[in-house]
Design a protein around this ligand. Sequence first.
Ligand code: M6R
Length: 604
Amino acid sequence: MCGIIGYNGFRDADIVILNGLKKLEYRGYDSAGIAIIDKKQQVYKEIGEIKNLEEKLPKIKGTIGIGHTRWATTGGVTKNNAHPHLSTSGKIAIVHNGIIENYVKLRENLEKKGFKFVSQTDSEIIANLIEDNYKGNLKDAVFSAIKKLEGYYAIVVTCEDEPDKIIGARLQSPLVIGVGDNENFLASDIPAFLKYTNRVIYLNEAEICVLTKKDVKVYNKDEKVVDKKENVIDWNIQDAEKSGFPHFMLKEIYDQPDTVNQVLRGRISEIHRNINFNENVENLLNSNISSIQIVACGTSYYAGLIGKYIIEKFTDTPVFVEFASEYRYFGLKHESSLVIAITQSGETLDTLAALREAKNSGCKTLVITNVVGSTATRISDAYILMQSGPEIGVAATKTFTSQIIVLLLIALKLGMIKNKISAVQLYEYIRYLREIPRTVRDVLNKNNEILDIAKQLKNAESVFFIGRGVNYPLSLEGALKLKEISYIHAEGFAAGELKHGPFALLTKSTPVVVIATKDATYDKILANIGEVKARGSQVIAIAEIDDTEIEKHADFVLRVPGGSGVLPSIPIIVVLQLLAYHVADLRKCSIDKPRNLAKSVTVE
Ligand code: M6R
């Protein structure tokens, strides 16, 4: 995820673009840049936050330009990799948000034609591709170029030879037009220009727009002009940063259909029936691995526990999951083990320390993280990026689902390497993975139902979450989400363990959330519900759509799309996230910044 902006008007473009970038900084902040046409393209870039760029930027004349704040995916965090990128002649400048999957091939072809590249990004090829197709009309060149792109993008383009226009195009990445008087804007998100105008035009998939100072024209993919409706936004700036959601956490929960697509992108292939990772990761997974140790903290640790169930099921390889803070001092370190560190931020001190211990002991190390260039990516032998965009809410949501999907991909890949799963089975799983965004949307559509259940929980002093198999770590995560943002005491238990102690805490006023999917232990979980009900506690079941039995046992039922084994896990997580969110909201808690917690824990 990155933030992009374009401006064409009468104001100083440098000021408008810097203001806009600051509003987009939540979308990425590892480098930023600006390109303004003052006869020639004037390009400035800096590593780090936008204030670094602002401090070093000289005054630039010019009323047309583009800007970018980066969340690196392809190519590390360097000045050369920062946007805007120029074409070889230096005349065309582009900013890009997205991933171009066929960039290696396109780059090879362009290099053969004499085009020069200075970055390792997929984005730079877009500038040269447009130049390669340029015959005096920028719009036509953009149309020709994007036909060759595979992947997804939002781009904004300017050209020295046509200094009266900016062009935008999008496919599966956001881009919105801001319409002003004698000025027009393009940006990834409305807050970037809301200070200047609240009139917006939304671009549909595959549309292109041409913005002069006075005019906005939108074209469909067949290059025909389309009539677009202007919308007037009545959000204030703060609302707009959250895309109209009251909290970042809720926005991030609703981001999940997209983030699931992003984490899968480029990694699964139905045609070749394969899972693809980068070369370093593939080499690690193909090496001789006797066992896997997963180290992590908090929600990432629970993702690790889910990973244990999944990886053992598909590979027969033993998996041990340890808190990073314990592993670093007490964990056994075997040279033949693969140590997988899971960390959204890539900066959690305990996880980094565990990773260093593993590395120093000769273990192979792999990191699953959301932050390219983070310390974890620099310590490990290889890393897999979640590609979920920045997560602002302290409570991890979209990155948890991405972690689980990465672990599922690792399990499937290892299963194939070890001949434990066939190409036909893999194909079935790939089809399921493609369905996940839809199943997540189905759960999001039940938001009001989940809010009604949250009303049942909001005054509880203590809530239990129980499940068996993979539903046990899901219960732990459900309890963690509730306790960290609503401050209600909550515990997750393996359902079979209740009778070994926790029952002593159960009273009539302790609601129990039971995750009851139709796996081999379904009858056992019904029996557990019976035990809970016998003690007078209220049972809220999360069950599959086609479960006709559950209503006879539970007081309330929330339904999720079904499937076998670990497959319903992602929609269940979304239910648990929304449940915690609504309870916290009803209790008027500080949802995005809960007391005593920090997003990234860089102390021991
Ligand atoms: O950045 P990390 O994934 O390493 O962070 C680990 C935990 O601090 C984090 O998951 C924490 O538990 C979250 N607040 C949970 O919502």
